[in-house]
Design a protein around this ligand. Structure first.
Ligand SMILES: Nc1ncnc2c1ncn2[C@@H]1O[C@H](COP(=O)(O)OP(=O)(O)O)[C@@H](O)[C@H]1O
Ligand SMILES: [Mg+2]
Length: 269
């Protein structure tokens, strides 16, 4: 039995009067690829942000890469250290890339290793070059984000997430902000990561991709998980009416795409 990499139990989260997560239980095993789907506003982004503590759940129990938390009570020093560790072990890739605009591609990738892992410059650069090469961007190391296409920016963002040597990577609609012809280059990088056995949670409306890459589809609506199934079963015979009507709405390219909410502290470039 493979050990769970991420475990959520009874996770609740509200923003003022709005209860966004209403008791979510989810286990992601090491090496597993879980695709999270659901209508806009169902709580997908909030849920993945809770997985690496970018958002703090109000209550529930969370275990991320060996760091366990009871949510909702204030953290002592050890708890805060554990939270930083959990955050470091889970890479995050955002819909809007969130690259640092004043740093080159290489600068973006090595910022975390330099600041957080405190790698010496020469090592950080070697790591950054290796990762840019891995996402097919070695020729762009000195470009600023404003001179990169959306697909290139997102690949830099993936390299940046990998630079922290995460145990799991969380993707929040990584292709939704891209023109359709740029989706493939980003999906290819994610596909390669899956092939290498990376644990991943991917929020996406790309049904073909989800079907190909996912070990499991998790369907959310109204802040709860409504259905969980292997891709084949989910796409051919969803048991819940809400999943059926959702699947009728998403087209083949996966475009249901609602406009994302900008979040505090996340500059979109
Ligand atoms: N920081 C926030 N403050 C207030 N409301 C929020 C915040 N983040 C999300 N919400 C609300 O929570 C609900 C779920 O949002 P979200 O998790 O982004 O859903 P999804 O990613 O499935 O579209 C939405 O109604 C959204 O407006
Ligand atoms: Mg979202």
């Amino acid at each position: 039995m493979t050990q769970p990499m991420i475990e959520l139990r009874g996770i609740h989260k509200r923003f003022a009067d709005l209860e966004v997560l209403r008791g979510v239980d989810l286990t992601v095993r090491a090496g597993e690829v879980v695709v999270l789907m659901g209508p806009s506003g169902s709580g997908k982004t909030t849920l993945v942000r809770c997985m690496n503590l970018l958002e703090e759940p109000d209550s529930g129990h969370l275990r991320v890469c060996d760091c366990a938390f009871d949510c909702g009570s204030p953290r002592d020093r050890a708890g805060r250290r554990l939270a930083r560790q959990a955050r470091r072990r889970t890479g995050m890739v955002f819909q809007q890339f969130n690259l640092f605009p004043h740093m080159t591609a290489l600068g973006n990738v090595i910022e975390g290793p330099r600041q957080v892992r405190q790698l010496p410059m020469s090592e950080a650069i070697a790591l950054g070059e290796r990762l840019l090469d891995r996402v097919g961007l070695s020729g762009k190391r000195d470009e600023y984000p404003s001179r990169l296409s959306g697909g290139q920016k997102q690949r830099v963002a993936i390299a940046r997430a990998l630079a922290m040597e995460p145990r799991a990577v969380l993707f929040d609609e990584p292709t939704s902000a891209l023109d359709p012809e740029l989706h493939a280059e980003v999906l290819e990088v994610i596909r390669e990561l899956a092939g290498e056995g990376m644990t991943m949670v991917i929020v996406t409306h790309e049904t073909h991709f989800a079907r190909e890459i996912a070990d499991r589809i998790v369907f959310m609506d109204g802040g709860v998980i409504v259905e969980e199934a292997a891709p084949e079963a989910f796409f051919t015979r969803p048991t819940q009416e809400r999943a059926r009507s959702f699947l009728r709405l998403v087209d083949h390219t996966g475009a249901t795409a609602a406009a994302p909410l900008p979040r505090r502290g996340e500059e979109a470039v």
